[in-house]
Design a protein. Sequence first.
Length: 275
Amino acid sequence: MRNILTRYRYPALTLLASASRTRALANITTTTNNTLTPQRTIKMTIHKTQEPAITAITELSPQDSKWVTLQQIHYVDQTGKPRLWEVAARKTRSTPTASSQGGIDAVAMCNILLHPSRPPSTILVIQYRPPLDAYTVEWPAGLIDQGETPEQAAVREFKEETGYDCVVKGVSPVQAADPGLSNTNMVMATVEVHLKEEDEDPLAGGKLPEQKTEVGEHIERVVVPMAELYERLVEYSKKERHVVAAKLFHFAMGMHFATTERYGVFGGKREGVRE
C-alpha cells in the first residue's frame, strides 16, 4: 500500500480524504463488447439482450474437468495427528521454462491511468461470474500462459480486456488467492497507462479503445477517479447481483483507512500522540 501511494507519487491518492466526491455514479463511462457477435469487439454503451441465468448445476468428475480438479490431502498437523483436507486444484498451472519460472496461476493489474492535466484514475472490469451467479467488479486479470512471465501476461491481458497499452512498474510476490479452499495463487502487477493531452477523456464521455476479448467474454469497462475508488466500490457492493472482488476492495479499503484514520502512516501527525 505504502509503495503505491509514495513510490509512484500520484498526488490524488495522497489527498484521498479531501478529494471531491460530488461526481455522480451515473457519470462513469462504461463500454462492453457486443454480446451478439463475441468474435468482434464493439465500442458502445453496454447493451444486453438478457440477463445471464444458470440453467442447471451437475456433478463433474475430475477426469472430465478441464480447468480444476478435486484432491484430498493427507497430512500430519502440529500435534502429530493425521488429518485430511479437501482442495480444489488448478490443472492449468504453468511449469518452469528457460524464459519463465512457472508455477504462478494468474496476474491481476493494479492500474493507474495518467493524463497530463487530469487526476489519476483506474479502469475496472465488470463481468458475470457463474460460480457466484453475480457480476463481479474487479481489476483486469488473467491466467499466465505456459512460457509466459507475469510481466508479459499483465501487458497481454490488460490490452485484451481494456484496449490500453500499459507499462509494468512492479510485480508483487506470489499471493494465495483462496488458501482454505484452493491451491490457486497469483501475483499483482502495478501498471501505468500514459495518456496524451489529446486522448479522449472516458470520464467525460470519451470513447475507450477497442478491446480484444475472447469469444464468450463479455467485459464491461468502468473508469473511476482513484480518489473516489473506495466510495464507488461501496456503491457497487450495494447493487443487486454485484460483488466486489476481494483483492480490489482490500486495496481500496486500505487506501481509505490509511488516509482517513490518521495514524501518521504517510508522514502526517498521528492523533492523540504527543511529539
